[in-house]
Design a protein around this ligand. Structure first.
Ligand SMILES: *[C@@H]1O[C@H](CO)[C@@H](O)[C@H](O)[C@H]1NC(C)=O
Length: 305
């Protein structure tokens, strides 16, 4: 047994040592942050880096056979990166694709990731199918028959009306998220090619909500869907617990949070994709330490009847 006087002094010394260690740990940006070679400052500056370099799962579960956060239900699905299966995209050259949402789930559109490799080229969608492409990594060169090229960097996008001949080429590597849908024609309306980038789109009013909203396509009648970019600061959440006739395809580009789909609550992070069928109750709260940003497909401007 220790003498009682020594016993009284040690806790004070110990406490001050522990406090100074804690101060160092906190000032270095995280007491419990898992050590990672790749997760450095330079990466956090690179937009959407986490989409192609996701945290696969908590390290103690990463090697657990059969563990995945992915879920597939009648009215929603969560597809997380450890479940991605890439295979050559038919029609494209040197490009691997992973379909994350398709009509087999009940959607009227597809959403897929396309990984373009060295000297790759896109193929065309089927006739009467419109296409939306958003760059999440690398860059590609877009051109149509006019011969004018556009260099599309991370955060830029292009909308292709149905049956518009076009190509995307890549010399090095690029990752795209692609949406395609059989265009719902309306008499006397046609859509036009649109090239743009998120940072050039104005912030829109969101009455009753706190998130920041940008729309990447015109809201006019010819367009039968739109792509929203929604930003939440940590702690912000949707006010409306939405239930609506529209369907959604979502890719979380940045951040972490909690997604409610029906009666289930899912922790989600950058790189996760979500399918929401019409009328599935849906709600999001941003958590973590950085901004949440997601990209969202939504069908609009057509009578659901
Ligand atoms: C082809 O691209 C050029 C340059 O972006 C554009 O001005 C033109 O309208 C496009 N053609 C069609 C048919 O959309």
């Amino acid at each position: 047994m220790r003498s009682s006087s020594a016993f009284a002094v040690y806790p004070l010394i110990l406490l001050s040592i522990i406090l100074s260690i804690l101060r160092i740990a906190v000032s270095e940006g995280g007491f419990c942050s898992a050590p990672s070679i790749l997760d450095t400052d330079s990466n956090s500056q690179q937009l959407y880096w986490k989409v192609t370099n996701p945290t696969l799962s908590p390290s103690h579960l990463q090697d657990l056979p059969g563990f995945t956060r992915s879920v597939y239900k009648r009215d929603h699905a969560l597809v997380t990166p450890e479940s991605h299966v890439f295979s050559p995209l038919p029609e494209w050259t040197n490009t691997l694709g992973a379909y994350l949402i398709s009509p087999a789930m009940g959607s009227h559109f597809v959403m897929y990731l396309a990984k373009m490799q060295e000297n790759s080229k896109s193929g065309l969608p089927p006739n009467n199918v419109e296409r939306f492409i958003f760059v999440v990594q690398g860059h590609v060169t877009y051109s149509n028959v006019s011969g004018i090229n556009h260099k599309l960097m991370v955060d830029s996008y292009v909308y292709l009306p149905p049956s518009l001949e076009h190509s995307l080429k890549c010399d090095t590597s690029a990752t795209l998220v692609v949406f395609e849908r059989r265009y719902a024609y309306l008499e006397n309306h046609i859509t036009e090619q649109i090239v743009g980038s998120t940072d050039k789109q104005p912030l829109l009013e969101t009455p009753g909500e706190v998130f920041e909203l940008r729309k990447l396509l015109p809201t006019s009648m010819p367009y039968d869907f739109n792509i929203h970019i929604m930003d939440f600061q940590p702690g912000e959440f949707l006010n409306v617990k939405e239930v609506h006739y529209n369907q959604h395809g979502l890719l979380l580009l940045e951040g972490q949070g909690l997604y409610r789909l029906g009666d289930s609550w899912y922790p989600v992070q950058a790189g996760d994709a979500i399918w929401m069928a019409p009328f599935v109750p849906q709600w999001y709260a941003a958590l973590g330490k950085t901004r949440s940003r997601y990209l969202l497909y939504k069908d609009v401007n057509r009578n659901p009847l």
